[in-house]
Design a protein around this ligand. Sequence first.
Ligand code: C5P
Length: 241
Amino acid sequence: MNPEDKIIIALDGMDGEQAISFASRIKGLRWVKVGLELFVLEGPDVLIKLRELGLRIFLDLKFHDIPATMAGSCRRAAAIGAELITVHACAGLKALQDSQWAACEGAAQAGLKSPTLLAVTVLTSWDSKKLAREIGIEQSIQSRVEELALLASQARIGGCICSPWEAKALRQRHPLPFDLVTPGIRPKGTDLNDQARVMTPSEAIQSGASRLVIGRPVTCAEDPVHVFDMCCSDIASHGQV
Ligand code: C5P
């Protein structure tokens, strides 16, 4: 896989026009992440336009509902061309299994290839104390993440989202093709913003990540093309495993 195929640029804080114009400026860009904000604003149209640019879509809407509703949403998302789709692992085994099945069926009916569902384990906005105090979960974040990643793999969905710092342990238990997609990536010398525990692109790949989500280091850079190229070179020269 080329380094460009391992990088997903998060189009956060943009409207549809800005997202299209930004994505078309980055030569070599293969993957973009459309999150809740952009999707709520623009709907499926923005996905269709991004796909017309030849881009592959990670639709990050983090579905969490009863099995039938999750499955129906995944079917629709796959039919509009999303190739990576996030779901919350804590929706449970049946919801994950039904979602994966419906997504494959939705894609096939639209003449597209099967998408990969990615489980969100524990959002990085939680810490162990808050989990116990607010929702009664007396478990360390680490064991919770491991338990939910295992559930995702038992449901035979494609992988999970995790911090690059969780990737090593998860990769030992879940070999490829189970996808580990990691945000929290910062190329050397770039601003951390609000990310506390980061890795460089090559470090994350060495730790077992299969794809990286990168937002502000590229989208807010003075020269986004240069930072994107820097990330690709870092993976090409130090990130092969
Ligand atoms: O700008 P930055 O590179 O920090 O963006 C990371 C992207 O990954 C954002 O879209 C953010 O919402 C997402 N994300 C994250 N941490 C998680 C899950 C998703 O940063 N645990």
